[in-house]
Design a protein around this ligand. Structure first.
Ligand SMILES: [Zn+2]
Length: 166
């Protein structure tokens, strides 16, 4: 599977795609999707799996049906497709555990580390932002605009706090 994206936020998301918290398809509790996700390597379908410690549910990506990628007049093409940003996990497309409605948008994070990064950036005031290091600056410029807009700060932080307690 090759991964191409010009969206810089999507590139940042690769840092958090090794462990993604999802809603367990069996018990609706918190389950974990683990993967070797790396834009430079092939996705390993035997390594990529969903596991639930609440009910024992477990499935490898290789044991799921590939998606229909293209239906031509000759032969349908099946394969794997990463879906990033649809508030589901990129591999199994299970609903994310950390997901909240906010300002008619969906605030979502792959895991608590990802959520923390969003919070740190949205929560920093303008003076702090100018003092943060280059890495943080680049992250901020990659976050969706509605998250970082000054007017939305309060609402976004409130949604993050709800997710932190989840
Ligand atoms: Zn479960």
């Amino acid at each position: 599977m090759s991964i191409r994206s010009k969206d810089s936020y999507q590139k940042l998301l690769y840092n958090f795609m090794h462990e993604v918290l999802v809603v367990c398809p069996s018990c609706s509790g918190q389950a974990l999707v683990k993967s070797n996700a790396d834009p430079l390597r092939e996705l390993d379908e035997t390594v990529t799996r969903v596991v639930c410690i609440n009910c024992g549910y477990g499935k490898r990506l290789i044991d799921t049906r590939p998606a229909l990628l293209m239906k031509t007049s000759r032969k349908p093409v099946y394969g794997r497709m990463l879906r990033i940003g649809g508030s589901g996990d990129p591999y199994f497309w299970l609903p994310l555990w950390l997901k909240a409605d906010c300002l008619r948008q969906t605030l979502w994070a792959f895991n608590y580390e990802h959520l923390k990064l969003i919070k740190e950036h949205v929560g920093a005031d303008l003076r702090q932002r100018s003092l943060t290091n280059i890495r943080n600056k680049s992250i901020g410029s990659r976050l969706p605009k509605w998250m970082t807009a000054a007017n939305n700060r309060k609402a976004v932080l409130k949604a993050i706090e709800i997710l932190e307690k989840k």
